[in-house]
Design a protein around this ligand. Sequence first.
Ligand SMILES: NC(=O)c1ccc[n+]([C@@H]2O[C@H](COP(=O)([O-])OP(=O)(O)OC[C@H]3O[C@@H](n4cnc5c(N)ncnc54)[C@H](O)[C@@H]3O)[C@@H](O)[C@H]2O)c1
Ligand SMILES: [Zn+2]
Length: 402
Amino acid sequence: MMDVGLKNIKKYVLTKASGAGPALVNQAEFKRTNELRSEIIFGRNSLYNNSWLVSLLHQKESRHFIITDKKVGSLYASRISDFLYEHAINCDVFTMPVGEKSKSLRVFENLSSDIIDAGMDENSYIIGLGGGVVSNIAGFLASTLYRGINLIQIPTSLLAQVDAAIDFKQAINGPGGKNHIGSYYPAEKIIIDPEVLGTLPHRQLKNGLAESIKHALTQDWGFCDYLLKYTGNIDEPSFLDNVIVRTVNLKITLLNEFLNYDYSEMLPQYGHAIGHALEKASGYKLLHGEAIAIGMCVTAEIALLLGVCDEITVTDHYKVMNKFGLPMKIPNYISIDELLAAIRHDKHFCHGEMRSVLVSKVGSIDYSRGDECVFSIKDDLIESAVIKNCNRNVAKRSFCAK
Ligand SMILES: NC(=O)c1ccc[n+]([C@@H]2O[C@H](COP(=O)([O-])OP(=O)(O)OC[C@H]3O[C@@H](n4cnc5c(N)ncnc54)[C@H](O)[C@@H]3O)[C@@H](O)[C@H]2O)c1
Ligand SMILES: [Zn+2]
């Protein structure tokens, strides 16, 4: 069991208004101390050893809501809701269509009104059961309904188990781009049961692995080495357990350092400025992990052009993506102009420049400029990196776990 905790203190300052009116104070302040804390439970079959869920929900005699998508719902929702029903716990299941397009204002609005109409109260729980799309929308619902109700996350895709659900960030997509509308809100519990990955399509497993590779490239040389040397199948339980535990440990280190903004916020965004842009420009044909895999390769080319890393570091990026059958090159149906236009909608884009950390050698980001780890990158440099990415000779995949 892992415990994730941090403190987030917000301060509001009132100053005396000039002119007429009562002047009770010259200066006053009030603050709310709000601790964001989530507990992670990891283990095979933890989803079905769920007496903890019964005791948690029994404390609140309210109506609770499982939010899921059609696919995951058909596989797992009734097993949980029937079990709760047997224990006299009221739990409704709401499903949304599968895929990124459901992370929208329209789906959010429909689910909000359905949940409120069904009898939500301030003690209700939202239970997000699904991949990262479900985790994000369930989290955002929990953070906004009645300004915050209880949240449990049960991530079922590898990507959600290593990343999307292991976060305080909740979001939906706006008309302009990815994750434009969101909040920081903790799940009370996050249940990771790798057993459910048995039904996850192979493409989705590789997709999730891209986020683990991101943490390996930026934080842990040994983990990257392990991935490069691994010779088994990608769906091997011991491999998946190892990948999940190692990635979650790397991610919670960052979450616990959340107040140290640049490092902990920007490191998990490695490859994402370009990745999010590719995801959107591809009309979401590229999955999130696939898009950030390409994004990391192009970002490594940027680092090489800037002299931040050497050639071996860049080839290691391509090698590890290639090994697990992830895409490495920008698809030719996306033009550089489309890409540059989409990058402008990245949340961290500032003063006309993309912002990103850069890997200096596998397992570390560049800190050669003191505390400053975020680089501002101009369009012409991105363009040169894209050309290098397109021209790079990548040997055909020689070995890859099935
Ligand atoms: N910090 C964060 O908030 C954060 C981090 C990383 C990614 N994300 C977000 O996560 C989303 C991507 O998540 P995703 O890749 O899980 O996509 P997803 O939620 O669309 O799930 C992928 C597919 O797998 C299916 N699926 C999920 N679990 C399954 C299972 N056990 N068996 C069979 N099928 C299953 C889903 O129905 C879906 O078709 C993106 O929107 C991305 O922005 C958020
Ligand atoms: Zn991501």
